[in-house]
Design a protein around this ligand. Structure first.
Ligand code: GDP
Ligand code: IMO
Ligand code: MG
Length: 421
């Protein structure tokens, strides 16, 4: 069997969580492969709205196994909160979740270092979620990290102390007072929840599941334009958010990758700092934010909004080997007379379809095509056949440029508001 991958093609918050939940019945296993509690994946069904940060979005579906892969960074305190909230809703998390021993842990001091680094950057701050993601991945690549499997070691506390000592030195450089005894105690207490879970050698178990013919869906976090290598560096996250990240973040060979679902919004949003060529800092952008309820699922920050950017989308499709596109939130654009779509950029007076190397200092000027908007509310459509012609045309413009079919159109946050095309 192959492992299918679903990931975001823009700057995150495309609606990955909703779609994972919608597609989960077709799979046996849902596996997160990178990122951590910087993610906020929203699911809605039966009037319940739930935001997941660390736990995969297949957790509400019966009979599905959820795996947190080695590529993820876990904050045990956030994890405990998620487990408690799910348990209250009647979800048996322990039965439905496995965690790779090789996933790294986020300490409270990683969060402090994240905040201190951002404060020092001032105007050039990344706009991170302040969840400690960057510092935790730095300790991973710096070969100082503490992994989930270490909680089973008798000298776990000593290993934590060694890292805390190093962090204390770094924090003093930032004039940060450092961790208090109470903060450390609360973190250590939350480790107990993690210890109660099924900890696995993820790469062996996942490859075993593949050989047993189990259908696996890998769940991306963030989006391709936030990828550490290919995003708008340095305004990116600290992991590989592209399909290749599913291989290193789960321990599967590239030859095992099957379908790649690329999720994108019918427009663009971005939270945090960094270049955003099609951003609308006007009433139109404000209307998108209001209609789309574009406020961060993790931090509550208003999301920046703008027109769809096809060169960026095409770039993400290329990097990920996307086999089918899923368009989210066109319902938010209902009632817009005109919809603009960026199809190329103007750089040094010349039109081009590639994203230039330096987009941080010189934001490329978007060149737009114009499409007619759809006047009607599409959130209650029961079948794609009932769609307004303007929506069909908008999708055809995208498909013509990207050369990958849009197979699913989501017209509202609920599970049921999903149209197959
Ligand atoms: P993720 O991080 O990719 O899982 O996306 P988020 O959950 O952070 O953000 C997507 C937001 O849009 C959530 O509030 C969803 O409930 C909502 N949403 C998802 N799909 C649709 C849709 O098709 N239409 C509308 N109006 N909202 C949607
Ligand atoms: P999901 O999975 C949107 C952004 C932050 C910041 C940058 C770096 O819900 O789509 P970090 O905390 O990772 O060091 O922040 O990345 N960011 C996200 N934006 N959705 C996310 O996740 C994000 N995760 C990180 O806003 O600009
Ligand atoms: Mg999100």
């Amino acid at each position: 069997m192959k492992v299918d991958v679903l990931l975001g093609l823009q700057w995150g918050d495309e609606g990955k969580g909703k779609l994972i939940d919608v597609l989960a019945p077709e799979y046996d296993v849902i596996a997160r492969f990178q990122g951590g509690p910087n993610a906020g994946h929203t699911l809605e069904f039966d009037g319940i709205k739930h935001v997941l940060h660390t736990i995969p979005s297949g957790i509400f579906r019966e009979g599905k196994l959820n795996i947190i892969g080695n590529g993820v960074v876990i904050d045990p305190m956030v994890f405990k909160k998620e487990v408690d909230a799910l348990t209250k809703l009647g979800v048996d998390v322990k039965k439905k979740l496995w965690i790779s021993r090789k996933a790294h842990l986020i300490l409270p001091t990683h969060r402090m270092l994240d905040a201190a680094s951002e404060a020092m950057k001032g105007k050039t701050k990344i706009g991170s979620t302040l969840k400690g993601i960057g510092p935790a991945y730095m300790d991973k690549t710096g070969r100082n990290g503490i992994r989930v499997g270490d909680v089973e070691r008798t000298d776990f506390k000593e290993a934590v102390d060694v890292l805390l000592k190093k962090h204390a030195e770094l924090l003093s450089f930032y004039n940060h007072p450092g961790i208090t005894a109470e903060e450390l105690e609360a973190w250590m207490a939350s480790i107990e929840t993690l210890k109660q879970m099924t900890l696995i050698d993820g790469e062996y178990e996942i490859n075993q599941l593949i050989s047993e013919g189990k259908r696996i869906l890998a769940e991306g976090a963030q989006g391709s334009l936030l990828d550490i290598d290919f995003g708008s560096y340095p305004y990116v996250t600290s992991s590989n958010t592209v399909t290749a990240g599913a291989c290193t973040g789960l321990g599967i060979s590239p030859a095992r990758v099957g379908k790649v679902y690329g999720v994108f919004k019918a427009y663009c949003t971005r939270v945090g700092s960094g270049p955003f060529p099609t951003e609308l800092e006007d009433a139109t952008g404000e209307k998108m934010r209001k209609n789309g309820n574009e406020f961060g699922s993790t931090t509550g920050r208003p999301r920046r909004c703008g027109w769809l950017d096809l060169p960026a989308l095409k770039y993400a499709v290329m990097l990920n080997g996307v086999t089918q596109l899923i368009m989210m939130k066109p319902d938010v654009l209902s009632g817009f007379d005109e919809l603009k779509v960026c199809h190329q950029y103007k750089v040094n007076g010349k039109s081009q379809k590639r994203i230039p190397y330096n987009i941080v200092n010189e934001i490329p000027e978007p060149e737009y095509l114009s499409c007619k908007g759809w006047p009607t509310d599409i959130s209650k459509l029961k079948s794609y056949n009932e769609r307004p012609e303007e929506l069909q045309h908008y999708i055809e413009v995208i498909e013509k440029e990207i050369q990958v079919p849009v197979t699913i159109v989501s017209v509202g946050p609920d599970r049921t508001q999903t149209l197959i095309r």
